[in-house]
Structure formats: C-alpha cells, structure tokens
Design a protein around this ligand. Structure first.
Ligand SMILES: [Zn+2]
Ligand SMILES: [Zn+2]
Length: 339
C-alpha cells in the first residue's frame, strides 16, 4: 500500500494505493523480512498530512512490523532464515555522534525512521539493517507483537521520562494504543501508583476503568488529587494546558506526540503562568525510540505479560484503518494482517 502524494484525509480518504512492486533485495548488512503484521500508528496520519512528511515519495508507511527473515546480506550474522523479527520506528542512526554513543540514538541527527525515511511495513516485504531488527519474545503472536513495537516502546520511553516512583500519581491524557499499554505497565511495575485517565470519549474512559484506572474524567476536568506526572498522547494543544493545572509542584508533563495539529493552537493563550507553570512544573517531549527502548519493553511486556487489545484489518484495508484512527474510533491497537 503505497503513499504517492501527501493529502488531507478529510479530502482524500484513500491516500494509499494498492500497488504491485518487485521484492526488495537486502544490502550486505540487511535482512529481507516477509511481513506478517504491521501496526497502524497515528504518526502515519502526520506523514500523510505533511506534519512530518516523508522526504521521498512514493513510500510505504508502517513502523510496527513483524515478520520472518527470508533472505540475508553477505555481512549478516545475528539472525537465521526463518527467525521471527520486529522492525520499529528506528531504522538506523549514525552510531558515532554523542547521542548515539550515550545510548540516546533516538536523538541522532541522522536518525532514519522506518516507513517515512525508508520503506516500511504496509507491504509484503521489508529490508532492514539486521542490527536494527529485534527478536520477538515467544509470548506474543505476530499480531499481538506489532503494536508493542511503537505504541509500547514509545510508551515505555515516555514512562521512563516521567521518573515515576511507586506510590505516586500518574496521569494519562488521551487513551489510545500507547496509553493503554502504559496503564498495563504501570499496574505491573508500580502497583501502588494511582492512574488518572483524561479522555474525551466515554468508551475510552470505560475501557480505562476496565483496565484498572483509579479515576477517569474529561480532559478539562480537575482531577480529585494533584498528579506527579502526566503523559499527554493527544494530537491537540488544549489538553496540554488542561494537564498542567492538575500537576503537583515540581510535576512533569511529558508530551508523547511527534507533531501537534495546528487546529486549536490558540488554546495556548489560555496558559496562565501561576496556575499552569509556576512552582517548578516542567514540560518535556519524547522523541523517537532507541533500540534499547524497544528491546527492554519487549522483555517487560513478555514478563507481565501485556497482551494488547487488537483490531485487525487486511493490508488492502489500510486506508479504512487510517480513516478510523483519524476519526478517533479507537479501542486498542489497529493492526494490518498481511498474508
Ligand atoms: Zn508509531
Ligand atoms: Zn548518531
């Protein structure tokens, strides 16, 4: 399913075209992966609509890819033919800069993203440098593993950046696929933490309560207790301002969004310094993922175990999955089942 031209989904609900292409050939350091499942992520909407545009078109999107090694370049030795692997948002990084050397390869200036800077997994085949492919724990089926590779890994990194300690309060603004995985991680790792969910849809709030949230409410509500740290996974600005009022002194808001939409940017003018920022409140974003985030999270997810809620689509139904995501018809993670 190929993206040939950027567009707005409201105007063109079928941005991807079913296309027959030759099988890609792996370079010396790459493996060829036959794809069996690929998660659908909100970032694909940001790519299609030009907020984080692919540098070259046409391109195949998709960065939560699970499949099996079908062929290998001459210089590969980590995986065997038939091994199950995952490919995440990080397709490559330079390996030499100060960020890469300190384990923050997600911040590398040469960071290349799967399904944006290079072809991704909305396809039957993908090639990837083998050092950037990840073994998938046996605990998961292919379909279950796919959404863990982005929503789970970035959720894991976001949670790390909150510095949450057991017994503290955590807020989650928006309750899509990343947030629901964070809630599962928190209830396992921090059994005494209370999780407050801010979500607009009643369905999402019910879903959150089913999964053990302590409190749920609308993003505009004041939470019944002040909150140590909040992760915002929404594409809008209003929730940022609303979240800040619920933070404790010294609290931190982590924004887990690759881009924010412009539609409600004027909400930022509601920012009131004494209520929202004073008392040493912090705002921090989370950017990309390092390989270590993906791998540590997969191990943790298998140990818990985290089984994401899945909604399956066929590869040819990718456009429909994207439109539903745009309309926020969300209950768990959308995954394309391929072949
Ligand atoms: Zn993603
Ligand atoms: Zn680097």
């Amino acid at each position: 399913m190929v993206l040939k031209k950027l567009c707005r989904l409201e105007e063109n609900p079928t941005p991807l075209a079913f296309t027959i292409l030759p099988e890609p050939v792996p370079l010396e350091n790459e493996i060829l992966v036959k794809v069996s499942a690929c998660g659908v992520c909100h970032t694909e909407l940001d790519e299609i609509e030009g907020r984080t545009p692919p540098p070259h078109l046409p391109v195949m999107l998709g960065h939560q890819v699970v499949g099996r090694v079908e062929a290998k370049g001459a210089q590969t030795n980590l995986f065997h033919i038939g091994d199950r692997v995952g490919v995440a948002w990080i397709a490559s990084a330079c390996g030499r800069c100060t960020f890469c050397l300190s384990g923050n390869e997600n911040l590398c200036p040469d960071f290349k993203a799967t399904g944006r800077d290079v072809n991704g997994g909305y396809a039957e085949y993908i090639t990837i440098a083998e050092a950037f492919a990840h073994p998938i724990p046996n605990a998961f089926s292919d379909i279950e593993a796919a959404p863990l590779l982005c929503a789970g890994a970035i959720g894991y990194r976001s949670l790390k950046l909150t510095n949450l300690v057991d017994g503290q309060n955590l807020g989650l603004t928006g309750f899509g696929s990343s947030a629901h995985l964070v809630l599962k991680m928190v209830t396992h790792r921090y059994p005494n933490a209370k999780v407050f969910i801010f979500a607009r849809s009643a369905d999402e709030r019910t879903f959150a309560r089913d999964l053990g949230a302590y409190w749920t409410g609308d993003p505009e509500e004041r939470s019944p207790e002040y909150i140590d740290s909040i992760i915002d996974t929404t594409p809008v600005w209003k929730t940022v301002v609303e979240a800040l009022k619920n933070l404790k002194p010294g609290g931190r808001l982590v924004i887990n969004a690759i881009r924010k939409e412009e539609s409600d940017k004027e909400s930022l003018l509601q920012l009131n310094y004494p209520d929202h920022l004073w008392m040493e409140k912090e705002i921090k974003s989370v950017a990309n993922v390092a390989r270590s985030d993906v791998r540590e999270f997969l191990v943790l997810a298998a140990e818990i175990p985290i089984k994401p809620e899945i909604q399956e689509f066929r590869l040819e139904e990718a456009n429909q999955a994207l439109v539903e995501l745009k309309k926020r018809k969300i209950r768990g993670a959308k995954v394309l089942k391929i072949a």
